[in-house]
Write a protein that binds this ligand. Structure first.
Ligand SMILES: [Zn+2]
Length: 210
């Protein structure tokens, strides 16, 4: 496979993220990456089956998100009582008790942001597979990448595992289907974002038919 399509008359320069050396942008074949001549840092990469991988992993993340909100996240057995805890249930309980900011942060960083990322990726990448750009695709791509640093699925998962160390002393805790689905969302989101290089996405958007 050859390089991804480039906008005509494009004489762009690409700066190294590590040492700022400027390079003339030249196309690379599928599976090949362009590296800095001075420090060897990655400039951009033509990833194999990029659009298909980004769309497929984003779709898988969306489907897993449905499971996260349908099934219990944690199941706790204490004093002959069983409690099923869902992600949104736990966040809304925090909002109604004494930690409204924490509850709202959980909803924002583990529900809204991953939804924006996965939804945006599908909206932008799926039509590009057919050489088309969806209406407002540039705007969607911009906001998709802006929301990326706020996607804190892995931070939340790590926080849950740490808090479990304390919880197991007072209750018998099991992971529900929601927890495993949430771990799947984390992996799928990472694979979707790593599936396509930003340079490639913007080039494809520029040459795509509206
Ligand atoms: Zn460099």
């Amino acid at each position: 496979m050859l390089s991804w399509p480039k906008p005509p008359g494009d004489a762009r320069l690409s700066a190294c993220h590590f040492c700022d050396t400027l390079h003339r942008f030249s196309p690379v074949e599928e599976g090949i990456s362009a590296r800095c001549v001075r420090c060897g840092g990655l400039l951009y990469e033509n990833r194999a089956a990029s659009l298909t991988r980004a769309s497929a992993f984003s779709l898988a993340a969306l489907l897993l998100m449905v499971l996260v909100h349908t099934f219990p996240f944690l199941i706790m057995d204490a004093a002959s009582m069983r409690r099923n805890l869902t992600l949104t249930g736990a966040a809304s309980a925090l909002m109604h008790q004494d930690a409204p900011l924490l509850g709202a942060s959980i909803i924002l960083f583990t529900v809204v942001t991953p939804l924006m990322l996965a939804g945006g990726m599908i909206y932008v990448c799926l039509p590009l597979l057919f050489g088309r750009a969806a209406p407002g695709a540039n705007f969607a791509a911009k906001w998709m990448y802006r929301s990326e640093p706020w996607n804190m699925v892995e931070v939340f998962l790590l926080g849950v595992l740490v808090s479990l160390l304390k919880l197991v002393k007072v209750a018998d805790v099991h992971f529900g289907i929601g927890f495993w689905a949430f771990a799947g969302v984390m992996l799928c989101m990472a694979a979707a974002l790593a599936g396509i290089d930003r340079e490639e996405l913007w080039d494809r958007l520029e040459v795509a038919k509206p």
